[in-house]
Design a protein around this ligand. Structure first.
Ligand code: PLP
Length: 287
């Protein structure tokens, strides 16, 4: 079945889905996005993603393309027309189409909303049983990465560097030596004494929807949590490590820069958190 995209109020075959070349997203990366996981025909944590999209739009003073309820309806309709059980919904809002000048267009133009749906591969059985490797590289991004902007050049270069090194992800390290997050995932370690550590929310990380769910589930399970900076050396000395995102859920990390983490196998707490996350999703689907 051919894929259907949403473009400014119209559902069109993907091959005919177009925006103007003076779209500010295309020329300036002046736009924001969300990636929502589709699991068994359902959008996971739609509310959380809509909240974050609203926040990103507010921070950049981009007008909301439509009300929240209407956007939710359009998202589900895009999903329905693509008849997909598992994959991702991509939502992008740019400031709109205007003559290329850096300042905001005056008078303001209508924002451009596009959505696509596609299949995506969940982690493979091997990735779950063996874990994945990450490399560490300098975090070269701007200072407001809490905004989910489409400006992702350092992220894509970092991901490519990771792949060329045979790793799944690159963990980004700030100028003080602290790991911020991955290029498209949040970064976590579990210390030798069983404390779950991830970077605190703030301008230097994207506060993942999955991250927030894991923090909640860890607290419920009685796991001690520390939201703070951790160094690459601390990560290499950790008992366990993992990464999180909407599409990967909780994915064990078993090496950092080639150094095995713990015993080199996915950790027990990591896998318990993954299972707890899966259970919560299953319960939300049944409810
Ligand atoms: N950090 C970055 C830089 C990301 O791009 C993403 C997801 O795209 C995440 C973290 C994970 O966020 P979420 O759990 O909302 O998918």
């Amino acid at each position: 079945m051919s894929r259907i995209a949403y473009v400014n109020g119209h559902y069109v075959p993907l091959a005919q889905a177009m925006v103007h070349i003076e779209d500010r997203g295309y020329q300036f990366a002046d736009g924001v996005y969300e990636v929502v996981a589709i699991h068994r025909g359902r959008l996971l944590d739609e509310g959380g993603h809509l909240d974050r999209l609203d926040r990103s739009l507010r921070e950049l003073e981009i007008e909301r393309p439509m009300g929240r309820a209407a956007l939710g309806v359009a998202m589900r309709e895009t999903l329905r027309r693509n008849r997909l059980d598992d994959g991702i919904l991509y939502v992008q809002v740019t400031r709109g189409v205007a003559k290329r000048e850096h300042g905001f267009p005056h008078p303001p133009v209508k924002p451009v909303l596009v959505m696509t749906v596609r299949r995506s591969n969940p982690p493979s059985a091997a990735q779950l049983s063996d874990g994945v490797g990450v490399i560490t590289i300098p975090d070269l991004r701007w200072k407001r990465v809490d905004i989910k902007s489409v400006s992702l050049l350092p992220n894509i270069l970092g991901k490519e560097q990771a792949h060329r090194a045979g790793a799944f992800e690159a963990w980004l390290v700030d100028e003080k030596g602290g790991v911020t997050e991955g290029t498209s995932t949040n970064a976590w370690i579990i210390t030798k004494d069983g404390r779950l550590v991830t970077r605190e929310a703030g301008p230097h990380i994207l506060n993942g929807i999955t991250r927030m769910a894991i923090l909640r589930l860890a607290a419920k399970a009685g796991v001690a949590v520390e939201e703070r900076s951790f160094s690459v050396d601390e990560a290499k000395a950790a008992r366990e490590a993992f990464l999180s995102s909407s599409t990967n859920w909780v994915l064990p990390v078993t090496s950092v820069d080639g150094k095995p983490i713990g015993n080199g196998h996915p950790g027990a707490t990591t896998m318990e958190l993954r299972e707890a996350y899966g259970r919560e999703i299953a319960e939300a689907g049944a409810g």
